[in-house]
Design a protein around this ligand. Sequence first.
Ligand code: 6PG
Length: 243
Amino acid sequence: MQGFQLEIFPEGPVLIQRAIEIWQARSAAAIRERGRFTVVLAGGSTPKKLYAALAQTPGIPWQQTWLFWGDERYVPPDHPESNYRMVRETLLEQIGIPAAQVFPMPTHAGDPLRDAAEYEATLRQIFGAECPSLDLVWLGVGEDGHTASLFPDTAALQVQHRWVTVGQKGQEPRLTLTYPVLNQAAQVVFLVTGANKAPIVKEALTTEAHLPCQRINPRGRLLWLLDAAAAAQLPLPCVPLLS
Ligand code: 6PG
């Protein structure tokens, strides 16, 4: 695994405040350089607190922000499992971001492959033929080492010539960005919290286990942003004495 930054915080508001600082710094730089900020949102439960805190943070330049999803469960957008619904409820309903800058992954074709192709076509319409270097990608990690919907021992891990593909969680299809897009990012942040993630964090950061999350090696910066519980099994020098 390439070099990465590691930041560990006590759980709760301090960690989320750091995540917001990272969002704000990357956003300011991107808007200064290119007039817009492209960010990929993680799904699952960990980022909910970040999105809810962002919704309450003044001064976020939503008018210049473009939101994308890293993956989506193959369910309707109002389904309890939908990552779009999670972001709509925690963030979108509270902010005034132009709807034309919000790009959820479609799940309406009844065929995940067709919806994956539709999302890729949308990305190509926005960014052109070259694989985009998205400004900031948020990712989580599952207890099996998956990230986005790139699950261990699935075909999605091998996809190199597509930007969006169909992931597989057991029998459950999902849409996911692929390694080519994720690894082209200017910055990737793994936001990982909770004691249940401590074993996989240790395996991901201290072994050559070939986990899906270990194949995230972005062109730009890679940061593992952890709370103390998720970092608890890392070797001591990594875990500062947290007051
Ligand atoms: C999803 C995510 C997935 C998630 C991890 C961690 O759709 O579930 O994209 O990759 O980040 O499974 O999920 P938790 O944050 O719920 O632990």
